[in-house]
Design a protein. Structure first.
Lengths: 207, 351, 617
């Protein structure tokens, strides 16, 4: 095969992300990586569940959490997952501009989520004096939600880096897997958030 | 040739040494000569599992030996190519099913014994002792009896005694091999186990969970005495007057120094629940000093002046004013005469 | 040809080559070197432990130092010696066995090695910086949280870095085996070592993140004041034990399964027979791996989890004995009716069978909960896990090294010295550890700095120490053998053992592209089939063409170095402000390298067809 990775509408394969050996490797390897990430978050969830009532006379989940903000955050992140699906749809149609547009929207939604989370944490710290060091519950809460937030932050840096790096040269078989793998990552982050929403916030309010 | 012969010889030799050694083991320390209910349960399972597993080992070794004798490459047939066998379903089934049966033979008594030893239903009618693990000593609080003591745990022989155990610092593990298997002593929850000694005696206890530099020096004793002697001991311990003045003048001076040097801020005498340091009510009756040293005046002086030299990392070092040799001697005199009861380790007979 | 070229180059050039290589065969050399170095270090620590215990109340080392020794011996042997040596063998052999030119992620492969190496170095720097970790390799809290000084901080950060490297290695092998098998190499035609590598990598992938989380929690508690394990603030010390053993038990199988693969290869080759019950072996491996995740609490029988949990975990643990037994019997059946050659490699495999059977036997014994109340945390357990880890893993590594040494280095290890190594090590091993079963039952808990006089423990400990010296002699002979072989060893042909699998098709050592033309695989024991039914070599699956190769890179080294620096920053920021310079500086190096890697396209290069044609087969 030629060493050229560029594609034209005619040579566009069905799945550009898996058209090369490197792409295939990335695709498989990343799925495995997400398997490991699942165990990572499962361990954090386990720790959180074990410690969620260990408030040491500090604020409890029920006192802290307000579902309105968390609901908005959930909408933001779920929508961003959907917009990244649109972006991948346009990638498969080799429409680079529309792909970039939808990725841009994904980034804006992701950043808004991050902003809300930072606001949320500040609110707990200043309003309730509830910190990482307050109680075992505090440590577990900030660690679990913070790890997720850290993943979102990394994802944002990754996405924006990808978009800028490839803005001028468009889509090719070399960078298609990179975009695709990012979208996998982003869906994963979204799924984790659904669990956080349920286990941390809903169970904190109801349980 | 030499290969497998050497191996077999090595095995025989090892087996023999092991046999001889297993016959020894120190009485009242070894788990191989059980004298308590829990230890007997464990020992029965140890024997059962060993026998079943030796059967497996021997079968493997027989096949192994035959293979090595019969199928070694022989002179004159270097170019012989053996038949390339794929496998054999019957054989695979056989060596799957037989082990399953063997494991069931082990599993059933294991589960029975596990539930049996975890049965705490009789706890409320029995003697309960609160056990606290500390770096590197043990504290015993006889619940409802107003008795506090450290290092030596007196129990009546033939009775179930329930131990409610918790740690004040890191995780320890309470183990008296001849009486019972071990249980961890955790900082956040209370674990309960019961022990029952079948014979009178002084049994060695050890900490079995890694807890710091003096982990290996955190020994204690379980002293099993007859019910009468135990009742006597309880009475004597309850009647202790913490402020009683010693008879000898040196000891009286020692008592003064004991207060002057602030020993009382950590150590209690009598049934005071304070337990920053070991309770010293019956110190003079202790079977050992600091769990590991012979209890005599010389060793006690050394301990008072420099506990670090006996138990590295202990919590006493540096937490009291300097004590001269003379002063240490006086304090030792005072401590050695704290013998409130006639029931002592000697009453339980051999150590 | 490449070795000759290497010999002609200067030392600097060779060094630079190894620092930047992404070739799985050279990374294998690095892993073997790194793992070997730490193995010797861990061995020295073990000798110090045994010398301290040669007589009662000995004072060869102080209590604090003894605790550092035992902690570092365990940590080093498991994370820094056994794991990398195994990864070394995998790197050297697996791509060859499945007919691949390289691994799926050559860059990550190199990164994995350097992370391990720098993590290990960081951990060992603690010796010179105020004392090594002293809370046991299991690092149980609260002891590890309250341990003074920075020792445990080094443990946390060093293992975190080394663990990340291992995780990367695992993912790399998974992807490699899924996507890079040669045409015709179906899953059920893969050699057993490739299979066990695959299953081990699954274990790494799902086990290590639990350790990662555990280490993060410990790090946060020690360095940033969180309260996971602080009972006063509602924390819970048992969480650490769960996380540690959810990782730790699969880790035991990570350590042993690849060597099951090695023994399967060695036994089949030197019995001149196809592995008996291949399918059963593969599924037994999977079953062991699966059950390996279900049994972690058998390390916690005495914690007070209650009889229900204890019984369930006991039965699950006993169940593992079944697939393990299947394996032992299949190995015996492989040799049955065979034509057995006994050389150094085969000796290790033959020594393994009885030794590991004893280890498995005591494994079932410790699974019996109430009996374990006596065994737990005593020398009985020490004996048990040395029987499986030394008798399985270390014997397996020795078997693998003797077996594949000619493939890796083009020279064959000296037979006489190989046999001497085996016999001294084997006899020393049983002398050291057999007696410890009894020491445990006679009342000697593990991790005891001293034992008292008159407790009946003297003779057993003396025998044990004497045995340890035999083992040390065995290792020294092996080292001499390596040097001797490198200098005077005989050069070998490509297939010195009359092998059965694909690695023996390649040159010894293989060309950096492994296969000039990817081979076509027609069945299990790909080479054996061609020897008995074909032309003696596999048919090429493709015409000769350009070969695509990845570029070397210095970035993996620099990224790991950045983390190494940042690690010191994390450790010392607790009480020194200057440490933030290290922390941010190190992270900047690491992230900067990551950025370069992301932004700079790296398409690799091609070896042109005519160059390949001019090279001999």
């Amino acid at each position: 095969m030629s060493h050229d990775h560029s594609i034209t509408p005619e040579s566009m394969p069905n799945e550009p992300e898996k058209a090369t050996q490197e792409g295939k490797n990335k695709f498989i390897g990343f799925w495995f990586f997400l398997g490991g990430e699942t165990v990572l978050f499962a361990s954090l969830f386990g720790t959180y569940i074990a410690l969620r009532n260990s408030t040491a006379d500090g604020p409890t989940a029920d006192e802290l959490f307000g579902l309105e903000l968390v609901f908005i955050m959930t909408i933001l992140l779920l929508t961003s997952s959907l917009t990244s699906v649109y972006a991948m749809y346009h990638m498969k149609n080799n429409n680079f501009k529309k792909m970039q547009l939808w990725l841009g929207i994904t980034a804006i939604l992701g950043l808004s989520f991050l902003g809300s989370e930072i606001y949320e944490f500040t609110h707990y710290i200043t309003g309730y004096d509830f910190t990482f060091r307050s109680s075992a519950f505090g440590s577990a809460f900030y660690t679990l939600v913070g790890f997720h937030g850290g993943h979102v932050t990394f994802g944002m840096a990754w996405l924006i880096g990808l978009m800028i790096r490839n803005a001028k040269r468009g889509l090719n078989l070399y960078n298609a897997p990179k975009f695709y793998v990012f979208s996998l990552y982003w869906h994963f982050i979204d799924v984790i958030w659904v669990f956080i929403f349920t286990v941390v916030y809903l169970m904190g309010k109801v349980g | 040739m030499k290969g497998w012969m050497g191996k077999i010889r090595a095995f025989c030799l090892l087996g023999l040494t092991a046999f001889v050694l297993s016959a020894c083991g120190k009485e009242n320390l070894t788990a191989l000569d059980p004298k308590g209910y829990g230890a007997e349960q464990s020992f029965n399972l140890i024997i059962l599992t060993t026998v079943v597993m030796l059967f497996v080992l021997v079968s493997v070794l027989i096949v192994y030996t035959i293979v090595l004798i019969r199928y070694r490459k022989k002179k004159g047939q270097e170019n012989y190519i053996p038949k390339q066998v794929e496998g054999n379903k019957t054989l695979e089934t056989v060596w799957t099913v037989i082990p399953i049966i063997l494991l069931l033979i082990i599993a059933v008594p294991t589960v029975t014994a596990t539930f049996n030893l975890a049965d705490n239903s009789a706890a409320s009618d029995s003697l309960n002792v609160q056990v606290t693990g500390n770096q590197y000593w043990w504290h015993f609080n006889y619940e409802g009896q107003e008795i506090q003591t450290s290092q030596d745990l007196y129990i009546p022989v033939g009775e179930k005694v329930y131990l409610n155990m918790k740690s004040s610092d890191v995780i320890h593990s309470f183990w008296v091999p001849t009486i019972s298997g071990k249980m961890d002593v955790n900082p956040e929850n209370e674990n309960t186990m019961y022990i029952e000694a079948k014979e009178e005696g002084v049994y060695w206890g050890k900490c079995a969970e890694f807890c710091g530099p003096s982990h290996s020096l955190m020994d204690f004793k379980v002293i099993a005495v007859s019910q009468d002697e135990f009742d006597q001991w309880v009475q004597d311990m309850q009647n202790v007057d913490p402020e009683a003045e010693p008879e000898k003048a040196v000891a009286q001076e020692g008592q003064g120094l004991f207060q002057e040097k602030n020993c009382m801020s950590c150590h209690a005498i009598g049934s005071s629940p304070a337990q920053v340091g070991p309770n010293l009510t019956n110190f003079g009756d202790r079977s050992k000093l600091a769990g590991v040293k012979d209890l005599n005046k010389e060793n006690l002086k050394q301990w008072i002046m420099d506990p670090e030299s006996i138990k590295p990392g202990n919590k006493m070092t540096g937490n009291y004013p300097e004590v001269s040799e003379d002063e240490a001697g006086k304090i030792a005199e005072y401590l050695m005469q704290l013998q409130p009861s006639d029931v002592t380790p000697e009453s339980a007979g051999k150590e | 040809m490449s070795t000759v070229a290497a010999q002609n180059r200067g030392f600097g050039a060779v060094l630079w080559d190894y620092l930047t290589t992404v070739d799985h065969k050279k990374i294998a050399h690095l892993y073997l070197f790194g793992g070997g170095f730490f193995f010797l270090l861990g061995g020295l620590e073990a000798m110090a432990i045994r010398i301290q215990l040669i007589q009662p109340e000995n004072d060869f080392v102080s209590a604090g130092f003894y605790n550092e020794l035992l902690t570092m011996h365990g940590t080093t042997m498991i994370f820094l010696a056994a794991m990398p040596l195994i990864l070394g063998l995998m790197n050297a052999v697996v791509p060859l066995q499945i007919g691949a030119r390289d691994v799926a992620f050559p860059f990550l492969n190199s990164l994995g090695f350097w992370l391990f190496m720098f993590g290990g170095l960081l951990l060992n720097c603690s010796w010179f910086l105020g004392g090594a970790p002293d809370a046991g390799w299991t690092g149980y809290v609260p002891l590890s949280v309250t341990s003074p000084g920075h020792g445990v901080d080094f443990y946390v950060v060093g293992l975190q870095i080394a663990g990340a490297g291992t995780l990367i290695g695992g993912i790399n092998f998974l992807a490699t085996i899924v996507t890079m098998r040669a045409p015709g190499m179906t899953y059920m035609r893969m050699p057993l070592f490739a299979w066990t590598t695959f299953i081990t990598s699954v274990l790494i992938l799902f086990a290590f993140p639990a350790l990662t989380v555990g280490l993060f929690l410990l790090m946060f508690d020690r360095m940033f004041g969180s309260a996971f394990f602080d009972v006063g603030l509602g924390g819970n010390a048992i969480i650490w034990q769960h996380l540690f053993w959810i990782f730790g038990h699969p880790e035991v199988y990570i350590l042993i399964l690849p060597l099951f693969g090695v023994f399967s290869e060695v036994i089949a080759t030197f019995s001149k027979k196809r592995l008996f019950g291949y399918t059963a072996m593969v599924f037994a491996t999977m079953l062991i791996a699966f059950l390996g995740f279900m049994v972690w609490a058998h390390h916690m029988f005495t914690v007070g989890l209650g009889p229900v949990a204890n019984s369930i975990f006991a039965i699950a643990t006993m169940a593992i004995a079944v697939p393990t037994g299947i394996k032992i019997f299949n190995w015996l059946a492989t040799m049955w009716g065979g034509q057995i050659t006994i050389n150094s490699a085969m000796l290790w495999a033959l020594g393994f069978i009885p030794t590991f059977t004893i280890g498995g036997m005591t494994g079932v014994m410790v699974a019996s909960v109430v009996a374990d109340y006596q065994y737990h945390d005593t020398y009985f357990v020490v004996a048990h896990f040395h029987y499986v880890i030394v008798g399985g893993t270390v014997f397996g590594i020795f078997a693998g090294l003797h077996y594949w040494w000619p493939k890796m280095f083009g020279r064959i290890l000296n037979e006489a010295m190989g046999k001497l190594t085996f016999w001294t090590f084997f006899i020393g091993f049983h002398l050291t550890f057999f007696i410890q079963h009894f020491l445990g039952l006679m009342g000697m808990p593990r991790r005891y700095w001293v034992y008292l006089e008159n407790q009946g423990l003297d003779l057993g400990n003396q025998i044990s120490t004497v045995g340890a010296f035999f083992m040390a002699v065995g290792v020294i002979v092996f080292l001499i053998n390596i040097v001797y072989t490198a200098v005077k060893g005989e050069k070998v042909v490509d297939d010195p053992w009359d092998g059965r699998t694909l690695e023996w098709v390649t040159a010894s050592p293989p060309a950096h592209y492994n296969f000039k033309q990817t081979p076509l695989i027609r069945g299990l024991d790909a080479l054996w089939i061609e020897k008995t039914e074909g032309k003696g070599r596999p048919t090429p699956a493709e015409p000769l063409g350009d070969i695509h190769m990845p570029n070397s890179s210095f970035l993996p080294f620099m990224m790991s170095f950045g983390l190494f620096i940042a690690g010191f920053g994390f450790i010392y920021q607790v009480n020194h402000n200057w440490a933030y310079i290290l922390l941010f500086g190190g992270m900047a190096i690491m992230l900067g390298c990551m950025l370069i890697r992301s932004l700079k396209d790296d398409h690799g290069y091609h070896i042109p067809k005519d160059e390949l044609e001019s090279e001999a087969d």
